[in-house]
Ligand binder design. Structure first.
Ligand code: ATP
Length: 309
């Protein structure tokens, strides 16, 4: 990590009354695998569209490679915004050759510089060497998506931008795409991925930004944001829930995380023992009828973050 690859400053986009993005600022450094995580409609696609020059922002600015919004810099960015239209009756290889031609990439081995990838290299990377001669229409959805990522990699872009790359795929297809993204990340490219699936972001990204209704809620490393285990969650029940709540509200370092089917889940300092909690409530005259450690799935933690108003 080091060089700034992308800087977004106070970016906003309105569609009439809809604020698709509000005052978004972010910095992405080289070699980060950066996730834009948010539920449907949170502004991920709009953000990527602006960054790739397909949509015009209402306010704010962004700068690729420290050089502003110059069109020529797009050549250094490979993007997959939606499933591209390959030709069904052409093979994987022929489709890639066509994409290279459209992109103006010279594939003549003598003209490829040492970093550039040939079609063979790209097919190998996306695991389609053996199917190179098969017609596109015979491909599974996962293979189509891998070919699309291969097409985005032609010309050796420094940055790869992917919008919901595993949408619609079966579990095996999802796993293959994730492995591929991890592999590409290891090759030193910066990758930006939009997804509404926390698990995906957690598995492949080094950093992420959480968006909700166009607003940035959090940014940081994955462990900062998602794996933040600095609190212990404990589920409590008592015959007198009202008194239990009052007691919680009077306590330091204990807060209500959420209410759950007649029980209350509290958040306490990490490492707090259930016996300590029992004693704390007993001292306040509350008898607990049940008390259990509560493991919240990461997916739920994310829903908690984006669900907060
Ligand atoms: P999804 O994963 O569903 O694509 P997203 O996070 O990518 O969601 P966007 O597609 O960027 O979100 O949409 C953000 C908001 O902007 C939504 O409320 C959406 O309805 C609205 N929006 C997006 N494109 C347009 C458009 N062309 N005209 C009007 N509203 C739009």
């Amino acid at each position: 990590m080091g060089d700034t690859i992308l800087e977004i400053n106070h970016l906003s986009k309105n569609y009439k009354d809809i604020k698709a993005i509000s005052d978004l600022s972010l910095k992405i450094e080289s070699q980060m695998v950066y996730g834009l995580l948010g539920p449907n409609g949170s502004g991920k696609t709009t953000t990527l569209g602006i960054l790739l020059g397909v949509i015009r922002q209402s306010k704010g600015s962004f700068s690729w490679f420290g050089e502003g919004e110059k069109d020529e810099n797009r050549k250094r960015i490979g993007a997959l915004l939606e499933t591209p239209n390959f030709y069904p009756y052409l093979s994987a290889q022929e489709n890639l050759e066509l994409v290279a031609k459209i992109k103006g990439i010279d594939l003549n081995p003598e003209n490829l510089d040492s970093n550039s990838k040939s079609i063979d290299d790209v097919l190998e990377l996306v695991g389609l060497t053996e199917r190179r001669k098969s017609k596109f229409r015979t491909f599974s959805l996962g293979m189509k998506q891998r070919l699309a990522i291969g097409a985005a990699l032609l010309g050796d872009p420094q940055v790869l931008v992917l919008d919901e790359p595993t949408n619609g795929l079966d579990p095996q297809g999802i796993a293959e795409i994730r492995d591929l993204i991890i592999e590409i990340g290891k090759s030193g490219r910066t990758i930006i991925i939009a997804s509404h699936i926390l698990d995906e972001i957690e598995k492949v990204c080094t950093h992420c930004a959480i968006l909700r209704k166009g607003e940035l809620l959090q940014t940081g490393t994955i462990s900062d944001i998602i794996g933040n285990q600095d609190a212990t969650l404990i589920k409590l029940t008592s015959n007198d829930i009202k008194a239990l709540k009052t007691a919680i509200n009077q306590m330091d370092k204990v807060s209500i995380y959420k209410e759950d089917e007649g029980a209350i889940i509290i958040r306490t300092e990490s490492g707090t023992k259930t016996s300590d909690v029992n004693q704390m409530f007993f001292d306040k005259g509350i008898v607990l009828s049940a008390l259990n450690m509560f493991n919240e799935s990461l997916e739920n933690q994310f829903l908690e973050i984006v669900g907060k108003s």
